[in-house]
Design a protein around this ligand. Structure first.
Ligand code: PMP
Length: 428
């Protein structure tokens, strides 16, 4: 409620009191109308911290937003204006549910740059970001109580999606080479033995959000083979794949496994997240239902935005822009690793990502990073506590630091501010 509604004596006018009472009784009356599913939609810890991160003077190592300042904004503005002026009746109209043929064809080129060489436009459906592709997959495959396997840790947005469909989310451990195949095999065996129906493994093989860890080359086919043998689909989420700074590029799980992997891509990290354009590359035998479900959610992906992305891929040096992003994020990643080396207290360890946006810091066993967040905010820095990236929300001795949206000097300053907070917790 705004301050203007309170009168000079500090009391509320009668109409305002009436409105509050009406709202309270309506809320009570409608409480029972919520679905069971709605109760499972949890507030994202990342979103919670997002508002705090905007406070002046704070260094936010919390949000993994891409750094858009290096985009050619004026040219893009002119392109958007030209699309509307010259082709507005198409750009502002409904389009096909699967997305424009032109963009689906271009997306096949983007995937070829990733190492998927056999994708055809008819195998692609354009979605409102890859977030929406995850949602459609869960809608199509999961009944309440079905099991979805995820890496521990995994992307908080995917957890929210799975849980909102009342799915049982089960984690599989990772080490520094990513998901551990033996743990995956054991988990599947135990769950199947107890009669559970496992629908898919959701994995982020490149520069996992939040850990920054990459699945080793020799494990990639093994992971798909284990899932294939157990008749479980693989949902491969690869929004960061082209943002590799070091090490050799690795083939996506989808590359040689067209029948067993639904591959999800996005323009959010390599172009602009606000356009909400992502996609799924779907095995042929699953397409009909997947496409129908995608259509039932959005009717069609945004036409103007698809045309803008198409113009960008056609008329701009998009590969050059990815190079620009790569060197920019590589520099920030280096700044973060150097600052961690300089300031972090004894007893902490962290990952060394070969790409993407995140570093994952581990404190000694038994510590919980969640209560440290408030102390960190007082010290002028924000991070995301590790508990956010697990389905259980159990206390975690990990935390995620994002380096994508902050210049190198601020990264150094942020880590310098964080160090004494961690030091104090370790010493206590
Ligand atoms: N997957 C992962 C691993 C992500 O980190 C994100 C965004 N943070 C998404 C999916 C969602 O991306 P999009 O903007 O394409 O919906």
């Amino acid at each position: 409620m705004s301050h203007e509604t309170i009168d000079a004596t500090g009391t509320l006018p009668a109409e305002a009191i009436d409105a509050i009472e009406r709202a309270a009784t309506s809320a009570h009356r409608h409480e029972e109308l919520f679905s069971d599913r709605a109760a499972n939609i949890r507030q994202s810890a990342v979103r919670d911290v997002f508002d705090i991160s905007m406070r002046p003077g704070l260094v936010s190592l919390a949000g993994g937003s891409p750094y858009l300042q290096s985009l050619p904004l004026e040219r893009l503005g002119a392109t958007a204006a030209r699309i509307i002026a010259e082709d507005g009746l198409t750009a502002l109209q409904y389009g096909t549910g699967q997305g424009t043929l032109e963009l689906r064809t271009q997306i096949c080129d983007v995937m070829a740059a990733e190492g998927i060489l056999d994708a055809l436009p008819e195998n692609v459906v354009i979605t409102a970001g890859s977030q929406s592709a995850q949602d459609v997959a869960t809608k199509v495959f999961c009944n309440p109580g079905d099991v979805v396997l995820v890496e521990d840790p995994t992307y908080v947005g995917a957890l929210n999606t799975f849980e909102s469909y009342q799915v049982q989310v089960e984690t599989v451990g990772m080490d520094e080479s990513g998901l551990v195949p033996e743990l995956l095999e054991a988990k599947i065996a135990a769950l199947q033995l107890s009669g559970k129906s496992i629908k898919f493994l959701y994995t982020i093989p490149n520069f996992n959000n939040p850990s920054g860890i990459t699945l080793a080359k020799e494990r990639r086919q093994q992971v798909v083979d284990i899932c294939r043998k157990a008749n479980i689909l693989v949902l491969e989420d690869n929004p960061y794949g082209l943002l590799r700074y070091s090490g050799e590029p690795l083939p996506p799980l989808r590359a040689d496994n067209a029948d067993d992997v639904i591959y999800m891509g996005s323009f959010s990290k390599i172009f602009a997240p606000g356009l909400r354009i992502g996609w799924a590359l779907v095995p042929e035998h699953l397409q009909r239902r997947y496409y129908l479900a995608a259509e039932s959610v959005t009717l069609c992906p945004p036409t103007l935005n698809q045309m803008l992305v198409s113009a960008y891929l056609r008329d701009y040096d998009w590969k050059g822009q990815i190079e620009t992003y790569r060197s920019l994020y590589a520099e920030r990643c280096q700044a973060m690793l150097a600052a961690l080396k300089e300031f972090m207290p004894a007893g902490t360890t962290w990952t060394t990502p070969e790409g993407g946006f995140f570093v994952w810091v581990t404190l000694p066993e038994g510590l919980d990073t969640y209560p440290l967040l408030h102390k960190a905010i007082d010290a002028g820095v924000v991070f995301i506590p590790g508990a956010a990236f697990t389905p259980s929300d159990e206390p975690s001795n990990k935390l995620r630091l994002a380096f994508s949206a902050v210049p190198p000097e601020a990264i150094t300053e942020g880590v310098r501010r964080l160090a004494p907070v961690l030091q104090e917790a370790i010493a206590a």
